[in-house]
Design a protein around this ligand. Structure first.
Ligand SMILES: NC(=O)c1ccc[n+]([C@@H]2O[C@H](COP(=O)([O-])OP(=O)(O)OC[C@H]3O[C@@H](n4cnc5c(N)ncnc54)[C@H](OP(=O)(O)O)[C@@H]3O)[C@@H](O)[C@H]2O)c1
Length: 336
C-alpha cells in the first residue's frame, strides 16, 4: 500500500493538533509527517506515532516533498501559503475561510458532496465547522423531501476560536472562582458565564461573517436554492457546537420516516429518547467523530416543518476529521 508525505500547517494550533491525532487514530498511510507552523514556533517538538518530530517553519520550499498539506493556520496564512504549496506539488486541504467561496475550489463534506473532489485543481476547502455538522444532518432529508428554508441558531464552543480562546475561558473561570479581576483579550466581552451573539466580524447587513458563511456555504455545497437564516452565538463550552435547526421541507413527511432516514445516514447518530431525557450534548460529543441528532419533532407552527438539535465536536468533524476524510477520499478515488 502506498504511503504519503503529509504536512500539517498550523500544527501547534487547536485544529492542527487534532489533525495529527486524527491521522494517527485513523491509521492514515503516512510515510513522512511534516508539522509546520509559524517561524517563531519552529523547533518545537511534537510526538507523532510515538516518535518525536520537530516542527518546521511553514515557508516557501517546505512543500516540495509533500503529497497532501492539511492547512489550519488561519485565512491570512492560507492566502499566502496555499498557492505556494500547490505550486510545489502538494494538494492542499484548507480549513480556513480563505478559499471556500472561490469558484475554482471545491468545498467538500465527504458525506454530502464527495463528487466535487473530482474537479479539484490542487486546492480543496473544508467548510466552516457549523456548516459541516448542519449539512451532514440535513443532506439525507434534502434528498428525500427537498429543503426549502433553514432557520438555525448555534451555540458554539470557544475552541472554535482556537487555542488562545480555550486558555481565556480557563483563565476567566479560575479568576471568577478566586474573585480576581476577569480580563478579556480574545473576545470583546467576558465569555465565562456569558453568551455572545457575535462570531467573527459584523457585516454591512448586520449579520456576522460566521452567519453569512452558513448561508453561502450551504448554497455552494447542498443547493443554491435553499434559503438560510442564521444566528451564531458563542457560549462558554470548551468543545462541541450545538445547533437548533428549523427546517421547512417542500414535501410532507411522516415523523417516523425522518427517524429512519437519520438513523441510516452516514456520519449521523440519533440520540432521541425524551422519556429517558436522552438528547445530544456537547460534553458527550467531545472527541467523537459523529454528528449527533436529537429533539426530532414536527414544527407545529408551519406545514412540512421540522425541528432538530444537532451537536458535533467542532475540532473533530467540524475541522480535523473532515479534512482527513477528504484526504482519505482523494486516496480512495485516486485523485492525487
Ligand atoms: N477551531 C475550530 O473549531 C475550527 C473549525 C474549522 C476551521 N477552523 C479554522 O482552522 C484555522 C486554525 O484554527 P485553530 O482553531 O487551530 O487556531 P489556533 O489554535 O490559533 O492555531 C493556529 C496555529 O497556526 C499558527 N500560525 C499562525 N500564523 C501562521 C503562519 N503564517 N504559518 C504557519 N502557522 C501559523 C499559530 O501560531 P501562533 O499561535 O503562534 O500564532 C497556531 O499554532 C483557522 O483558519 C480556523 O478558522 C477552526
Amino acid at each position: 500500500m502506498r504511503k504519503y508525505n503529509i504536512a500539517v500547517v498550523g500544527a501547534l494550533g487547536a485544529v492542527g493538533r487534532e489533525m495529527l491525532k486524527t491521522l494517527e487514530q485513523r491509521e492514515f498511510p503516512v510515510e513522512v509527517i511534516k508539522p509546520l507552523d509559524i517561524l517563531s514556533n519552529a523547533g518545537t517538538e511534537i510526538i507523532f506515532q510515538g516518535k518525536p518530530v520537530v516542527v518546521q517553519a511553514a515557508e516557501t520550499g517546505a512543500f516540495k516533498d509533500v503529497d497532501i498539506a492539511l492547512f489550519s493556520a488561519g485565512a491570512d496564512a492560507s492566502k499566502i501559503l496555499a498557492p505556494i504549496a500547490v505550486a510545489e506539488g502538494a494538494i492542499v486541504v484548507d480549513n480556513s475561510s480563505a478559499w471556500r467561496m472561490d469558484d475554482d475550489v471545491p468545498l467538500v463534506i465527504p458525506e454530502v458532496n464527495p463528487d466535487a473532489l473530482s474537479w479539484h485543481k490542487g486546492l480543496i476547502a473544508n467548510p466552516n465547522c457549523s456548516t459541516i455538522q448542519m449539512l451532514v444532518a440535513l443532506k439525507p432529508l434534502h434528498d428525500q423531501y427537498g429543503i426549502k428554508r433553514i432557520v438555525v441558531s448555534t451555540y458554539q464552543a470557544v475552541s472554535g476560536t482556537g487555542q488562545k480562546a480555550i486558555d481565556e475561558l480557563n483563565q476567566q473561570i479560575q479568576d471568577y472562582v478566586s474573585a480576581s479581576p476577569i480580563r478579556s483579550n480574545v473576545y470583546p466581552y467576558q465569555i465565562a458565564f456569558n453568551a455572545l451573539p457575535h462570531i467573527d466580524i459584523f457585516l454591512e447587513n448586520n449579520y456576522t461573517k460566521e452567519e453569512m458563511k452558513m448561508v453561502h456555504e450551504t448554497n455552494k455545497i447542498l443547493d443554491k436554492n435553499i434559503s438560510v437564516s442564521a444566528t451564531t452565538v458563542r457560549i462558554p463550552v470548551f468543545r462541541s457546537h450545538s445547533e437548533s435547526i428549523n427546517v421547512e421541507m417542500k414535501k410532507p413527511f411522516v415523523l417516523d420516516e425522518i427517524f429512519t432516514i437519520l438513523k441510516s445516514a452516514p456520519g449521523v447518530v440519533v440520540v432521541d429518547n425524551p422519556a429517558e431525557a436522552q438528547y445530544p450534548m456537547a460534553i458527550e460529543a467531545e472527541g467523537q467523530d459523529s454528528v449527533f441528532v436529537g429533539r426530532i419533532r414536527r414544527d407545529l407552527s408551519i406545514e412540512n416543518g421540522l425541528n432538530l438539535w444537532v451537536v458535533a465536536d467542532n475540532l473533530r468533524k467540524g475541522a480535523a476529521l473532515n479534512a482527513v476524510q477528504i484526504a482519505e477520499t482523494l486516496v480512495q478515488k485516486n485523485l492525487l
